[in-house]
Ligand binder design. Structure first.
Ligand code: PLP
Length: 366
């Protein structure tokens, strides 16, 4: 009985596999220090301003938070120049992906379209919802295949996902190109642009859809506090979307999924310009360094607009990752993205990025 009881899409489900934690790596390899460059987290850690706000708020944790985080929605609206009614805050942007699917995609009937080698959450959550997940091939050199996406769409397509800047390649689509895609989608299909890494583009106005969202009517933008704002562990993200859709997401969601401390932290983070600028500074400097140095080590790199770089080493990527682990450096082998020859490394602090490059040089020249 127990097995038959479980839904078939769950039985064939491939769960999300996070990398080993720093403590697990220390124990496994007998290391005292470990540098983690595998999850695109903020190299500067948590902002001191946010830490103070959290300390002030911690005595209030016996209270329920305000449902739908109205203070945070107001702060985001101000900071991003979008109407507060268009914003839905979530327990990570993962929650917004899940809510979108459950609100607009009909199980057993509708489909979701994305391209291969993309963020696994779109496919996982589609399958969880009993919705067909279609993947189109990427363009040459892993370019974002916007035309092929448009061709794969039909009248049962509920959502089309594009990650820009893209994880794991770092490539970004221009806002103009995405506006073309939004214009040719059939009525009823929504274009979801996951802008988790948008903070790291330059100049952001050329890439972000936030400025043009209001004119389009079929576009949803996802943003997160996990990367540039350094709040990955608190789980905080949001979607910006047409107000009618935002209202239905709010109606459908379970209450209080954004906790009280996360809301405080989000408001404080948006006000901490110094930490945000320092983050961009570290990321831009480190990214340039990686893009210059990796080719000198005979690695192929892809131009990145994100806080990480994808590269292909001249040796087997699995072996390179294992050797880096032995030296206390965690990077992301992209096997799980269907790219077994590739590695993704995020920018660390200056010394962390240098330690990675030095170990990589040792391994490749051994
Ligand atoms: C990191 C990341 C996110 C952020 O997810 P959260 O749930 O907000 O932590 C979203 N999309 C992509 C593609 C990412 O890489």
């Amino acid at each position: 009985m127990p097995i038959e009881r479980v839904r078939p899409e769950i039985l064939t489900f491939t769960p999300y596999v996070p990398g080993l934690s720093i403590d697990e790596i220390k124990a496994k390899y007998g290391l005292s220090t470990v540098i983690k460059l595998a999850s695109n987290e903020n190299p500067l850690g948590a902002s001191p301003v946010v830490q103070q706000a959290l300390a002030r708020a911690v005595g209030q944790v016996f209270r329920y938070p305000q449902n739908h985080s109205p203070r945070l929605c107001q702060a985001i609206a101000q900071a991003m120049g979008v109407p507060a009614e268009a914003i839905v805050c979530g327990n990570g942007s993962d929650e917004i992906i899940d809510l979108l699917l459950r609100v607009v995609a009909r199980p057993g009937q509708d489909n979701v379209v994305c391209y291969e080698h993309s963020f696994s959450m779109y496919g996982m959550m589609s399958r969880m919802c009993g919705v067909e997940y279609r993947e189109v091939p990427r363009g040459e050199d892993y370019r974002l295949p916007l035309e092929s996406l448009a061709e794969a769409v039909d009248r049962n397509t509920a959502l089309v996902f594009v990650t820009s800047p893209d994880n794991p390649t770092g490539l970004a689509a221009k806002a103009e190109e995405l506006m073309v895609l939004s214009g040719i989608l059939p009525a009823g299909a929504l274009l979801v642009v996951d802008e988790a890494y948008m903070d790291f583009t330059w100049p952001p106005e050329e890439y972000s859809m936030l400025n043009v969202l209001g004119e389009l009517g079929n576009v949803v933008v996802l943003r997160t506090f996990s990367k540039a704002y350094g709040l990955a562990g608190l789980r905080l993200g949001y979607g910006v979307m047409p107000a009618w859709l935002a209202e239905h997401l709010r109606r459908a969601r379970p209450p209080f999924t954004v906790n009280l401390l996360a809301e405080e932290a989000g408001v404080a983070a948006l006000g901490d310009d110094a930490f945000y600028s320092a983050t961009l500074e570290v990321v831009f400097t480190g990214r340039e360094r990686l893009l210059k140095r990796l080719p000198e080590l005979d690695c192929t790199v892809w131009p990145s607009q994100a806080n990480f770089v994808m590269f292909r080493p001249p040796l087997a990527a699995g072996v390179v990752c294992e050797e880096l682990l032995k030296r206390g450096i965690i990077v992301r082998h992209l096997k799980s993205f269907g790219l077994p020859g590739h590695i993704r490394v995020n920018v660390g602090t200056g010394p962390e990025t240098e330690a990675f490059l030095k170990s990589l040089e040792e391994i490749l020249h051994a």
